[in-house]
Write a protein of this length. Structure first.
Length: 263
């Protein structure tokens, strides 16, 4: 629902969807309260789940041989060719233990693109991103801002194969998959990219900073506006930060509304 100011306000039912009762209540947009919240967020800047540093990404880049020919081939691919290439990919060690690659799912002309880090066990089994408990939470989060998986929404990951033990992808693994994600973004041409968690943010922005310091700001990936939110899997482990999910969703909706108003 919306307030008289046009902002989204959570009903009790919507709070229940996010499993935020009784922890979170709408603060009414009080400036002092919002400022205090931002200070608390900055103080908690180190709580995001660990991810490879930007320096590590660059220092280990040579671990995956990069072929200019390969990248030039990928950039010419349409959806069928790209999906086939990812399905048979063996560019890093992750392919050795996967059940299947997890390409991505949704509206291929979506305005909204959500990017996570890597498939988990459920995703590896089903071949679709965000289908476990984190996926259920993401679906509920989308619902609260009138979005639905597959309808003007596309969901993908930084890497397309499950890392063993659901660990974060290594820098060389992320780099091996980077041409695929780049091509997905080029084909979709979303109005807004939402990076879910630190791994996605680090790889898309090439900046190793905590998620807390990236939230509530509009960044950019190759000319496309990008915002950063906590990963749903992290929110399931951290109830205090889960209460910030609604604030992030409000910011995402406001950002998209402003982008659409420009066109």
């Amino acid at each position: 629902m919306k307030s008289k100011h046009g902002s989204f306000v959570l009903s009790e039912a919507a709070l229940a969807e996010l499993d935020l009762l009784p922890v979170w209540r709408w603060r009414g947009g009080d400036a002092a309260t919002e400022a205090a919240a931002q200070q608390q967020e900055s103080a908690a800047a180190g709580v995001a789940s660990p991810a490879p540093s930007g320096e590590a990404i660059h220092s280990r880049a040579a671990a995956v041989p990069e072929s200019a020919d390969f990248r030039s081939e990928v950039v010419q691919m349409g959806w069928p060719q790209l999906k086939a290439c990812v399905k048979d990919c063996a560019r890093c060690v992750l392919h050795q233990k996967r059940k299947q690659s997890v390409f991505g799912v949704g509206d291929e002309k979506a305005n909204w693109l959500f990017v996570g880090e890597a498939p988990g066990a459920d995703e590896d089994a089903q071949g679709e991103p965000f289908v476990g408990q984190a996926g259920k939470l993401l679906d509920n989060m989308l619902k609260t801002i009138d979005l639905k998986r597959g309808e003007d929404v596309y969901i993908a990951n930084v890497v397309k194969c499950r890392p063993p033990g659901n660990r974060n992808p290594e820098p060389d693994e992320a780099r091996a998959c980077e041409p695929y994600l780049t091509r997905q973004i080029q084909l979709i041409q979303p109005k807004l990219i939402v990076a879910l968690g630190k791994v996605a943010a680090v790889n898309l922005l090439a900046r190793d900073v905590p998620v807390a310091s990236l939230r509530n700001k509009v960044h950019e990936y190759q000319g496309i506006p990008l915002i950063v939110m906590y990963h749903p899997a992290y929110l399931l482990r951290s109830l205090p930060d889960k209460a910030k999910a609604w604030e992030d969703l409000l910011f995402a909706r406001r950002t998209m509304t402003a982008l659409q108003a420009k066109n």
